[in-house]
Write a protein that binds this ligand. Structure first.
Ligand code: NAD
Length: 314
């Protein structure tokens, strides 16, 4: 059975290599396999002990093909670990009130421990009104302002952390990357990735800088970082000479670039120029196969955590 190698999972040294060596690959697929196995064991332990099965409700408004695929993948992932999923599909022209009515019904449904509203919502809807309607105790996406606020505050903890940044942290932890006291740079400051990633690194006692579209000297700032999380959406923005030798690089970006040799005519690359960065970094996530698969795994983890908390199951 594949598993994250002991050296990768437990030793910070394993990601600090000399500048001329190749970086260790942080293998998201392998970690996801491990995380899913752990979740499946816990789901079954909970069911056997207290007869409760964690439940995730997904609300999809409209018929965007990409959103339908994401929802299908989330449902499949739930089934694979024994989490029950509930789905509501609403037409594109639904009103905000209708969506909120369904959220309210899931908020009070004891078999539902997590509620997710698939984004983007149709243009006529106000995301804020809708996301605010999700109970913070079932907000498994971690997007509710109260959960983000708690993440930002000293001495407070959110009920949930947004899934993609949580996945970035999980990869760092599982590969033994030391965070406390290290310098970290997050490139990008979106509400769903960059900003919460920076807050999480700070909570883990890193000294954090945020580089964004208005930053004057991104290369210089990034070069100081022991840990870089890039979440921008610009193909190959971060070049090899932006990177401190031995740094750990988490590349969240997923960007299509033309590739006539690929059957689809394009391939996916990250925000970090992998070819250059992997010669300098100590450890790096590939794209695809790095952060990408972690997001759904963290959604499952948040749903299990929620069910355990609600039912006081240790
Ligand atoms: P976003 O567009 O909401 O935010 C991008 C951020 O990058 C902004 O804060 C902006 O200030 C910053 N930025 C833009 N140009 C920049 C530049 N030249 N230099 C520095 N910063 C710059 O995007 P997002 O939703 O945070 O997503 C970022 C990337 O991550 C995208 O490629 C997206 O596809 C990918 N993504 C992956 C996952 C996953 O792997 N599961 C999840 C979410 C997003």
């Amino acid at each position: 059975m594949d598993s994250v190698p002991a050296t990768a999972a437990s030793s910070a040294e394993s990601v600090t290599v000399s500048a001329d060596a190749s970086a260790k690959v942080i293998d998201g697929k392998l970690v996801v396999k491990q995380v899913r196995e752990e979740i499946a064991v816990e789901v079954s332990r909970m069911k056997d002990a207290v007869g409760i099965v964690p439940g995730l409700a997904v609300i999809l408004v409209g018929s965007r093909k990409d959103s339908q695929t994401y929802v299908r993948n989330k449902k499949k992932a739930c089934e694979a670990v024994g989490i029950k999923s509930y789905e509501v599909n609403l037409p594109e022209d639904s009103s905000e009130e209708e969506v909120i009515k369904h959220i309210a019904s899931f908020n009070s449904d004891p078999s539902v421990h997590g509620i997710l509203v698939q984004l983007p919502l149709p243009r006529h809807m106000n995301d804020e009104n809708i996301l605010n309607a999700v109970s913070i105790e079932k907000d498994v996406d971690g997007f509710h302002p109260l959960n983000i606020g708690r993440l930002a505050m000293q001495g407070r903890d959110p009920f949930f952390v947004p899934c993609t940044p949580k996945g970035c942290m999980e990869l760092l932890h599982r590969y033994g990357v030391e965070i406390k006291g290290k310098r970290a740079v997050v490139i990008g400051r979106s509400n769903i990735v960059g900003m919460p990633a920076a807050l999480l690194l700070q909570k883990a006692n890193a000294t954090v800088s945020i580089v964004h579209s208005q930053t004057k000297n991104p290369e210089e700032i990034t070069r100081q970082a022991d840990i870089v999380i890039a979440a921008v959406g610009v193909a190959n923005l971060v070049r090899g000479n932006w990177i401190k030798p031995g740094a750990a690089i988490i590349d969240v970006g997923i960007n299509p670039v033309d590739d006539p040799e690929s059957p689809r005519g394009y391939r996916l690359v990250g925000d970090v120029c992998y070819e250059e960065a992997s010669k300098v970094a100590g450890a790096i996530t590939p794209v695809p196969g790095g952060v990408g698969p972690m997001t759904i795994a963290m959604l499952l983890s948040n749903t299990l955590e929620s069910a355990k908390r609600i039912h006081k199951f240790k």
